[in-house]
Ligand binder design. Structure first.
Ligand code: HEC
Length: 400
């Protein structure tokens, strides 16, 4: 059934409003600045995001961090920064254990226009432009990496897009994580077309060589397939919290699970899923990638490891990430059979390279450093696109 629910016209825009989730709010220590933090800093997230963070070494560092989220006047910013520096100094135990090595990389980062938008899930379009989604501002952005010019496109306010994927014609497909849709933005016209899904929260998505878009829906525990030609959507129930999704060269659609210790292999036509158990019930897997031999590489986020699954035998092998059990490996990609991922639990967020042939690690600080890389993308040239969802960055890692 074709379920196009609306066609909306939006022009290019300036800053849209950011509206995010509020959670429980832990009490803050008394002091000048407390009230300002309780009001100015809780429109997008609760104070828990501040109390659970790693803290920063100085008022200047605190100011650098929150200036990517909100613009305060100078006196307010000074008050808030000194209050936070006094009560939330840096927890140095969260610094990454960086490993030296021979690989040379260059990391370039751009701060995206709308503050506090939760920039994430960068992707490269066929014309070489870099796209990202600003989840909390319901927008998609385009960056010209040569000039640094950026443009933001408004998506339906209720969509809160989680992931975007360009198609071969230059349209940008997004998952409407808050309004149960998959949408298509035509950047030439600014027109948006929405396709209704049974799942309330489409999450991550990828195109398949068969032309269909496959997606996960984390809270709904569903997997979906959208045919862009007909608008037909097929969905199935699956194990808890399906998360990252990737297509292997043989057409198998691989799914990472963030609610159980499993990896799934979905047949693209029948949508039947074969499940592989990963040792330890505490294991939760955010993302995975596939190498040239069909080996599935994954992050074990809860156990601070990366792992390898051989689909032919079901054999699994895991390695401890350099920064240990709390390093929370998150995003992952395989480039030329080398594994790249990040340690999102560390501040600065660390980019890690794992060479399977020597079983050796090398790692770097991400310069802006405030985290979190939640998804990465491999460019045509074999470089890596990253982002920082807290500090509003989109980045390019040039791998020499
Ligand atoms: C316009 C929205 C917005 C406002 C207002 C805002 N933030 Fe944030 N903040 C974000 C986003 C987005 C994140 C990332 C959340 C995520 O990825 O889960 C974040 C994350 C954080 C983090 C975690 C950083 C880390 O280590 O990853 C801290 C600390 C923080 N905010 C402090 C503040 C302070 C202090 C203020 C007020 C001065 C503030 N925020 C106001 C959007 C906002």
């Amino acid at each position: 059934m074709k379920r196009v629910i609306s066609i909306l016209a939006f022009g290019l825009l300036l800053a849209p409003g950011v509206s995010a989730q509020r959670g429980s709010a832990p009490a803050l220590p008394e002091g000048p600045g407390k009230q300002l933090v309780e009001t100015a800093c809780t429109t997008c997230h609760s104070t828990a995001t501040i109390t659970r963070a790693a803290g920063y070494s100085s008022a200047a560092e605190w100011r650098r961090v929150f200036s990517t989220m909100i613009e305060l006047n100078d006196s307010q910013a000074t008050t808030v920064a000194s209050y936070l520096a006094e009560h939330f100094p840096e927890d140095t135990s969260r610094r990454p254990n960086l490993i030296a090595g021979d690989t040379e990389i260059e990391i370039i980062e751009w701060t995206v226009p709308t503050l506090g938008q939760r920039s994430r899930d960068p992707a490269e379009a066929p014309d070489g432009s870099i796209w990202w989604t600003g989840m909390w501002a319901s927008l998609a952005g385009r960056l010209d990496p040569d000039t640094g010019l950026m443009e933001e496109f408004k998506l339906p306010v209720s969509a809160r897009p989680h992931t975007i994927v360009p198609d071969t014609e230059g349209n940008i497909w997004y998952t409407g994580n808050s309004n149960g849709t998959v949408g298509k933005l035509d950047p030439r016209s600014g027109l948006v077309e929405e396709y209704k899904t049974e799942a309330s929260d489409p999450h991550s998505a990828t195109f398949h060589p068969n032309g269909n878009l496959y997606f996960t829906a984390q809270r709904s525990a569903m997997l979906g397939r959208l045919n862009p030609d007909t608008g037909e959507v097929d969905e199935i129930d699956t194990e808890p919290r399906p998360y990252g999704i990737q297509v292997a060269a043989d057409g198998t659609v691989w799914i990472a699970y963030n609610g159980t210790n499993k990896i799934g292999a979905m047949h693209p036509d029948t949508m039947e899923v074969k499940y592989y158990d990963v040792p330890n019930e505490r294991t939760r897997i955010r993302r995975l990638g596939i190498d040239s031999k069909g080996i599935v590489w994954f992050v074990n986020s809860t156990m601070g490891k990366i792992g390898r699954l051989d689909p032919a035998t079901g054999d699994i092998k895991q390695w401890d990430s350099p920064s240990g059990p709390s390093s929370h490996p998150y995003a992952l990609a395989v480039i030329d059979d080398v594994v790249w991922y990040n340690e999102s639990g560390m501040r600065p967020d660390a980019l890690v390279r794992f060479n399977p042939s020597t079983e050796s690690f090398q790692s770097w600080e991400i310069p802006s450093g405030v985290g979190i890389v939640r998804n990465v993308w491999v460019t045509e040239e074999g470089n890596l696109l990253i982002h920082q969802s807290s500090s509003n960055q989109v980045g390019l890692v040039k791998i020499n």
